[in-house]
Ligand binder design. Structure first.
Ligand code: ATP
Ligand code: MG
Length: 482
């Protein structure tokens, strides 16, 4: 009898401990999945959340209502819902429906179908585009026309349609698997999305490694959302990133260009740089920059990079324009110097010509991972060339330099270089700073101080003209190499 009682007590204690452990596990990882692996669902009625239609773009509402009236399901999904719940202004509004792309096209005259990997409809309202996607489903059949993966598990095509529940499982993070139902204004929260939002936890849906292999860009999105929303990566979401980071090398360079814009041109460049480097995600994006940071972790390249990021964030905070031209010219400046030095050593070209030749090489290398449009890379070369002219133009030519269309950007880079290098570059920057800020008299004083006069200048211009032909040749050689 005593033995039986003891067993019962022991079993109860064991059960109690197990319950405690299970509760702790659920609290740690509340992404609840059902036994069949499907995600948990919680429906929050209209009076249980703070999203009102007034906060949603009129055009998004029009799209939602028209789909609904035509008998389709229609939800606002993803960042729009997430940001409204957090009290932020959403960047854009995405809609999801059970209508197929062709049905959407018929319903909206102002629409066009886009995307190969993900086929979806863009509904155009002047400058605003509302993206409407059809619920995505699982890949049960092996029909290459609608779904396809490569050897490392990357999804090359994902056009299998399904139910809203399946669609939620195909989304990236639980906080992005939130759906606002235009039918009754309720919110569907999958996998504990609402709880994660409140706890500021960024949690990938499903098995993290599989999901990163399907689309390695999700690793960049993890960083971007963590910094943008002030969230922590859940332990399992963060764990495989360092190891899988090299998979980013396979991502088409055009897509990467867009992702890099979102990472560095949205006011969180400083934090994103830090986190990208921490998770080894910077190297596959900018291999030639990373090589230099590794060589000299506290050197000028690192300092310049930090300055560029701070500068970009500050400009965005002040609503000033930012351009990829300056951004790429600045962060590739030291890789350009390194390449120019190598070329000069190998070929015996003058430093000027070696740098000219290096410009083509550096952009060619960088464009293998991020395809920088020519409208940005061409003027970036002007910014680089002007760096060389600063030293040689502390004379009458200084006035001419001021008129150059890229002077301002080049001068900004000179100031950043000065902050990163100190020494002679800082002295040069100081001279130019005084020249730019000075009135006529002060400028003349500066020119005298640097031992120059306008007549002396004329002679130098003549020498310059005589020296020009070889430069033009090197220019052409460089252009041909592009
Ligand atoms: P923001 O627009 O603020 O950058 P977002 O979450 O809306 O954030 P979008 O790129 O607009 O991001 O994508 C809309 C939604 O589509 C996301 O919220 C997510 O649910 C889903 N999504 C986007 N990209 C992926 C991806 N690579 N893998 C899985 N789901 C994705
Ligand atoms: Mg969005």
């Amino acid at each position: 009898m005593l033995i039986i009682q003891r067993c019962t007590i022991f079993r109860r204690i064991t059960q109690f401990c197990k319950q405690l452990f299970d509760d702790a596990q659920t609290a740690k990882n509340p992404q609840s999945t059902h036994e069949d692996g499907s995600l948990s669902l919680e429906i929050i009625p209209r009076d249980g959340h703070n999203i009102s239609r007034r906060q949603i773009s009129e055009n998004a509402l029009k799209v939602l209502y028209r789909l609904h009236k035509a008998g389709y399901q229609a939800y606002l999904v993803g960042g729009g819902v997430r940001d409204l719940l957090l009290g932020h202004q959403p960047k854009d509004f995405d809609v999801v429906t059970d209508a197929k792309p062709e049905d959407i096209k018929k319903l909206f005259r102002n629409s066009r179908l886009v995307g190969r990997r993900f086929r979806l409809a863009h509904i155009m309202f002047g400058r605003e585009i509302i993206e409407v996607a059809t619920f995505r489903g699982h890949h049960t059949e092996s029909n290459e026309k609608i779904s396809k993966t490569n050897a490392s598990g990357r999804l090359l095509r994902d056009n299998v349609y399904g139910s809203i529940d399946e669609d939620a499982e195909r989304r990236d993070f639980t906080v992005n698997a939130l759906y606002y139902n235009i039918g009754d204004y309720s919110i569907r929260s999958y996998g504990g999305g609402i709880q994660d939002l409140n706890a500021r936890t960024l949690r990938l849906i499903g098995d993290p490694e599989t999901r990163y292999r399907e689309d390695p860009v999700r690793m960049l999105r993890a960083v971007r959302f963590a910094t943008k929303l002030g969230m922590q990566l859940d332990e399992h979401t963060g764990a495989p990133i360092k190891q899988l980071a090299p998979l980013l090398k396979d991502i088409p360079a055009a897509r990467m260009y867009e992702e890099v814009l979102k990472l560095f041109f949205a006011g969180k460049a400083v934090q994103n740089l830090r986190m990208l480097r921490e998770y080894h995600l910077f190297a596959p994006l900018f291999p030639i920059v990373e090589a230099q940071l590794k060589d000299e972790p506290k050197g000028p390249a690192m300092r310049l990079l930090a300055e560029v990021m701070q500068n970009t964030d500050a400009r965005i905070a002040e609503d000033k324009p930012v351009t990829p031209t300056f951004f790429y010219a600045a962060i590739l400046w030291y890789p350009l110097q390194a390449r120019a030095q190598d070329i000069a050593m190998e070929s015996g070209l003058s430093p000027y010509d070696a740098m000219f030749a290096a410009m083509g090489d550096v952009f060619e290398q960088q464009c293998q991972t991020i395809s920088i449009p020519r409208r940005f890379s061409v003027p970036a070369r002007d910014i680089w060339q002007l760096q060389q002219r600063f030293e040689r133009s502390k004379n009458g030519r200084a006035f001419k330099l001021l008129e150059h269309p890229k002077f301002r950007a080049a001068y900004d880079l000179l100031l950043l270089r000065a902050a990163a290098e100190g020494g002679n570059t800082a002295k040069l920057a100081e001279w130019w700073q005084q020249f730019v800020d000075g009135d006529d008299d002060q400028r003349q004083q500066l020119l005298k101080g640097s031992g120059s006069s306008r007549s002396g200048q004329r002679n130098r211009n003549a020498q310059q003209r005589r020296r020009r032909p070889p430069r033009r040749n090197s220019n052409k050689a460089n252009g041909a190499a592009e």
